[in-house]
Design a protein. Structure first.
Length: 415
């Protein structure tokens, strides 16, 4: 940017300089032409009597004196018949440059013709209004050109210096002016990377860049507020989602996992059992005489019994076992890995015994027991609904066998 500004400045200055130099040269040439014309006119007036009286030596002296003004290369006085009356030629000049006077010179006071490096002046010589001859002056413009060239040279040096100083000044000014914008851009990059919208730009002044920094900070503040609100909302929704998921998978009375959870857990553990060739046991547990509890002691007592049964069974189980309330007075228990069927049967007996322990609630002994149906994966079934159905059938077989006992699926044995 500094370089571009400098280039524009340099081109402008050089163009201005070229215009001024050209104008100066033209004005100087015009001034020299007018001056030469005026001097030649005076000389012509002086020469008029000498021409009339054919005083050649006087005229020669006059021409020599005239040539001392500088720049004069050749002067010639001619009679009316164009014959030379007097002539002066600069010592350095070898060629004769003078041209004939223009034909209409009689009617004009003087004629000036400009060349590249010289000028010619023709002046009519009159005496008492009568044309008696002409004066021709050939003058060099080199001195003028040298003067103008010197002036151009000095001006060029000054312009060069001016461009140099302007360049340094521009660089300094732009560095100062751009510093806050560079800082702002770095901050924007930093924020984009870190996503930390609590950062703020430093405000250096009340100019455009200062106002830009202020707007940037205001925007950051708004983004920060929106981000905080969004995070809080997301957090609330996440908690609500977690709670909802928990509720969706939990039995509200006993706080055990519910049937929905049981179904997915059963599928998961069946898959695990089949893939890893481990024995998995499923128990279908149904309370005995639970209706009696409700009928005798009320629904609340029934609820309390369900909670107590859940607590008793949980105390018997290990951490990896999955006990769920399937609904009513039915429970499902998954034993993910059992060493053999006997171990599961032993556990069924312990569960039945734990439930049958005397249960006194509200001063009343609750007549409660449990019947268990047992099924194994992959021995009995490898599909969730069929395994559950097999356990259910086994449980009904146990009920029929007199309750408070267990049956193993597809087996007639009981304990
Ligand atoms: N208190 C209470 N009772 C429930 C709940 N859900 C189901 N019940 C009752 O539980 C009883 C279960 O009925 P059954 O299993 O047929 O009755 P039971 O007396 O256990 O019969 P057996 O299993 O043959 O011993 C019904 O009376 C239901 O109304 C509940 O959440 N709370």
């Amino acid at each position: 940017m500094t370089r571009l500004n400098l280039q524009v400045l340099a081109v402008t200055m050089l163009l201005t300089f070229a215009l001024i130099a050209t104008a100066s040269l033209l004005v100087a040439r015009e001034y020299q032409a007018q001056s030469a014309k005026h001097d030649a006119q005076l000389l012509a007036n002086n020469l008029a009597p000498m021409l009339v009286f054919e005083d050649v030596s006087a005229a020669q002296l006059e021409l020599t004196a005239f040539a001392r003004r500088g720049g004069v290369l050749e002067v010639q006085v001619s009679r009316l018949d164009h014959s030379t009356f007097a002539h002066w030629l600069d010592v350095g000049q070898t060629d004769h440059h003078l041209e004939r006077a223009p034909a209409d010179l009689a009617g004009t006071s003087a004629v000036v013709e400009m060349h590249l490096s010289s000028l010619d002046v023709w002046v009519p010589i009159h005496l008492k209004g009568e044309l008696i001859g002409s004066l021709t002056v050939h003058e060099s413009l080199k001195s003028l050109q040298h003067t103008v060239l010197r002036m151009v040279g000095v001006a060029a040096v000054f312009i060069g210096l001016a461009i140099l100083i302007a360049g340094r000044l521009l660089r300094w000014v732009q560095k100062r002016a751009l510093a806050p914008i560079v800082e702002l851009s770095r901050l924007a990059e930093n924020i984009a990377t870190s996503q930390d919208f609590s950062q703020r730009a430093q405000i250096h002044g009340a100019d455009e860049v200062g106002r830009l920094s202020e707007r940037f900070n205001q925007m950051l503040k708004r983004v920060e507020i929106s981000q905080t609100e969004l995070n809080q909302r997301l957090q609330r929704e996440q908690i609500a989602g977690q709670q909802f998921e928990q509720l969706a998978h939990q039995d509200s009375l006993t706080k055990l996992p519910n049937r929905l959870y049981f179904q997915s857990a059963l599928q998961r553990h069946i898959a695990h059992s089949c893939q890893n060739a481990v024995l998995m046991a499923l128990m279908f547990i149904d309370l005995d005489s639970f209706k009696l509890v409700n009928d005798r002691h009320g629904h609340d007592a029934g609820d309390a019994v369900l909670c107590e049964v859940a607590a008793r069974m949980s105390r018997v189980l290990r951490s990896g076992d999955v006990l769920c309330r399937l609904g009513g007075d039915e429970f499902g228990l998954i034993l993910p890995v059992v060493p053999d069927e006997a171990a599961a049967e032993q556990l069924a007996l312990r569960l039945i015994a734990a439930i049958r322990e005397p249960m006194v609630l509200g001063g009343h002994l609750m007549p409660i027991g449990a019947t268990v149906g047992l099924a194994f994966c992959p021995t009995d079934e490898v599909e969730a609904s069929q395994l559950l159905s097999a356990a259910d059938v086994a449980m009904y077989a146990a009920k029929r066998a007199g309750k408070n006992t267990f049956r193993r699926a597809n087996h007639a044995a009981s304990s």
